[in-house]
Design a protein around this ligand. Structure first.
Ligand SMILES: C[S@@+](CC[C@H](N)C(=O)[O-])C[C@H]1O[C@@H](n2cnc3c(N)ncnc32)[C@H](O)[C@@H]1O
Length: 326
């Protein structure tokens, strides 16, 4: 068994994100991003009979689950599946589960991953340029830097990292990799420090490029979109989606999907006349996302960009009441 280092992950917006989950007999919830189990713990603690299916694509999550939840795993209150939440319907269907009462998503990386130099997520310490959450497969960040075209690298840094010098960075990487491959985090952060201007009041010059690369390596936005497409069918009536995001690209996706589900007409645009007008899929509980308090940010600076949006699937009775003033 791999040695477990003593990293910690502080769950973000913990009370706020589990508050909408209401227990009734037979309730089954999904924590789509187990991480260190902070939100799973809070869901299980809502009721001694609550059951949680936890998902994480990082194989290292299994060992953390064994250490933290030996009793719940043994008595079946908690089940952990290794996989991507973009395949959630299939992962659950394989276990005979077709609908659930709530889904919690706390997107992005955990502190276990960022703080471990061997995972290659951080420019703060040297390590292999990996960045895969699922270490069992897929291309690493080093593979992408070695193989992608200049224009694709530029797109990754621009679209996923929102890096204004995306073209300059892509060009420098393509020029340099001919003589020296980018294999370590320090190879890339060294280049970025050399070619990007340093703003004494802004983030480290490597921040955006590392973010863009991480999103590309893990196909984070694609997977989030796949998950969101499944949510209406996966949730039982009155089921809850509680979704925490950490950057504007994720939040925009969640906002757009949840707003669409609250629209009065949910007929696909190809249908010339509306067949189910007045039947929104559900409602969102607040127009503005919930953000961490100044106290939470003080205690956990990594929470500072977090945003929580909550969506509730309609039941028949709720349909009438689901007219939202947006
Ligand atoms: C922010 S952490 C979650 C922390 C957790 N809520 C806690 O309190 O300990 C995100 C976790 O989700 C996992 N993850 C991220 N994207 C995923 C995806 N598309 N499919 C499955 N797991 C994913 C990561 O490996 C990481 O462990």
């Amino acid at each position: 068994m791999k040695e477990v280092r003593n990293y910690q992950h502080k769950p973000v917006l913990l009370k706020e994100s589990v508050a909408p989950f209401q227990f009734t007999a037979g309730t089954v919830w999904v924590d789509a991003t187990f991480g260190g189990g902070g939100h799973t713990r809070a869901l299980l603690d809502l009721n001694p009979d609550a059951k949680v299916w936890a998902i994480d694509q990082d194989p290292a999550a299994a060992q953390r689950a064994q250490e933290r939840f030996p009793n719940e795993l043994a008595n079946g209150r908690l089940r952990l599946l290794q996989g991507r939440y973009g395949n959630l319907s299939q992962l659950l269907a394989d276990q005979g589960v077709h609908q659930v009462d709530g889904i919690l998503v706390d997107a992005g990386v955990s502190s276990f991953q960022i703080d471990d130099p061997e995972r290659g997520f951080s420019f703060q310490s040297d390590g292999p340029l990996d960045m895969r959450m699922d270490t069992k497969g897929g291309l690493s960040a080093a593979d992408i830097l070695a193989s992608e075209t200049e224009s694709e690298l530029e797109r990754i840094f621009r679209d996923y990292g929102e890096e204004r010098y995306a073209r300059k960075v892509a060009r420098a990487i393509v020029q340099d990799r001919v003589t020296r491959p980018f294999l370590r985090t320090s190879d890339l952060s060294g280049l970025l420090q050399r070619i990007l201007p340093r703003d004494p009041h802004g983030p480290h010059p490597a921040t955006r490029v590392f973010q863009g690369l991480r999103i590309a390596v893990n196909e984070e936005l694609k997977d989030l979109e796949r998950l969101l497409r499944m949510v209406p069918n996966l949730l039982k009536p009155k089921g809850v989606l509680s979704a925490i995001s950490f950057h504007s690209l994720e939040d925009r996706l969640i906002k757009d999907f949840t707003r669409n589900w609250t629209a009065h007409c949910v007929c696909p645009p190809v249908i010339p006349t509306c067949a189910r007008c007045g039947h929104p899929i559900g409602l969102i509980t607040q127009r503005k996302p919930v953000v961490p308090s100044p106290e939470e940010i003080e205690l956990n600076p990594r929470s500072r960009t977090a945003k929580l949006r909550v969506f509730v699937r309609n039941s028949e009775e709720l349909r009438e009441a689901a007219v939202l003033d947006l």
